[in-house]
Design a protein around this ligand. Structure first.
Ligand code: SF4
Length: 332
């Protein structure tokens, strides 16, 4: 078995993403040449400290899932760099990548689609144990699977069953047990509760929080809704059309947003007190096509605060407070 203890570089964040870009070519014509590009992820930079949860939020098509997949190189980035635990993931070869993927796992949105319907729960969770030779006898293998099932609130009776025999919430627990099998440091949670009933969402989020506290896990938690990430995240990054437009500690982002897009997303979050009034900011128009993005600030056609400058000049992500950055001319 290879050595699983990579030495972290001193004081460096567990994950550092620098200028990550993913463009998908659009081919056309008889020769199938590249005629255009989808700018799915366009120069995204952020870091995540060990033990921290960074929430990543935006409407569908904003590039958040592609960002998550590029970090693990399930999709190859077009450019940019991903540093994980002091290692450059973007340039490493296949063997090193296989090794580093033990430390970086992913939980998917649709637990049914991501679990092989012909495999038992035992085989699904045990697959990684076998690939990485993490157990050394049939007894140890079985005991480890039972322990993983119990960790996520399932039990040994579930081992021989198939995914279709479980509810959505239970299937997501199986996906979490599979991710935990290799004792990862970082888990990319790619909309893990979006497909679940609201009542079940809280249970899965609580489970992820408990696991983080027990195992010191680090999460990149992707969601399309700010209310989902509010309690689990230490910091939140808001994405729009392939870019991070605001990133801040959670409390600050929720109480003092510095980008009109974040304000609009926040205005849609339901508040528990029915007597409290909140003005809903309704964004007009759909998310623009990432192939033909608007000039200047990409948000300007939908922004209630847009000025003439916004149509021509692109705002850069700038520091607007302690650990708080936003890309909007209004902060100049
Ligand atoms: Fe709105 Fe202009 Fe700020 Fe963009 S730069 S978010 S269009 S005010």
């Amino acid at each position: 078995m290879s050595d699983h203890t990579h030495l972290p570089s001193t004081n460096a964040p567990l994950l550092e993403v620098k200028g990550l870009t993913k463009h998908f070519p659009i081919k056309g014509g008889i020769l199938g040449r590249e005629v255009d590009r989808v700018h799915a992820v366009d120069g995204v930079s952020f870091h995540i400290e060990a033990g921290e949860t960074l929430g990543m939020v935006g409407e569908s098509g904003c590039g958040k899932s592609t960002t998550g997949r590029c970090i693990l190189r399930l999709i190859e980035p077009s450019s940019g760099e991903v540093q994980f635990n002091g290692q450059n993931v973007t340039t490493m070869g296949k063997d090193a990548l296989r090794e580093v993927r033990r430390d970086m796992q992913i939980i998917f949105q649709d637990p049914f689609a991501s679990l092989n319907p012909r495999m038992t729960v035992e085989a699904i969770i045990g697959e990684a144990l076998t690939i990485h030779k993490l157990t050394h006898s049939p007894e140890e293998y079985r005991a480890r699977i039972v322990s993983l099932l119990e960790t996520v609130g399932l039990n040994a009776d579930h081992m021989k069953r198939f995914p279709h025999e479980f509810s959505g919430g239970q299937r997501q627990r199986i996906g979490i047990a599979r991710a935990l099998a290799v004792s990862p440091k970082l888990i990319v949670c790619d909309e893990p509760v979006s497909a679940l009933d609201v009542s079940i969402q809280a249970q899965v989020i609580n489970l992820l929080e408990d696991l983080q506290a027990k195992m010191g896990l680090t999460y990149l938690f992707i969601a399309h809704d700010l209310s989902v990430v509010e309690h689990i995240s230490n910091r939140v990054a808001v994405m729009y059309l392939g870019r991070v437009v605001e990133i801040a500690p959670s409390r600050q982002l929720y109480t003092q947003p510095k980008h009109p897009y974040t304000e609009a997303l926040l205005s849609a979050v339901p508040i528990p007190d029915p007597t409290a009034k909140k003005k809903r900011i309704v964004l007009t128009g759909d998310v623009p096509n990432p192939v033909n993005r608007p000039t200047g600030c990409h948000f300007h056609p939908r922004c209630p605060k847009a000025t003439e400058r916004c149509k021509v000049e692109e705002p850069q992500l700038k520091t607007v407070g302690l650990s708080h950055q936003a890309a909007c001319h209004l902060n100049d």
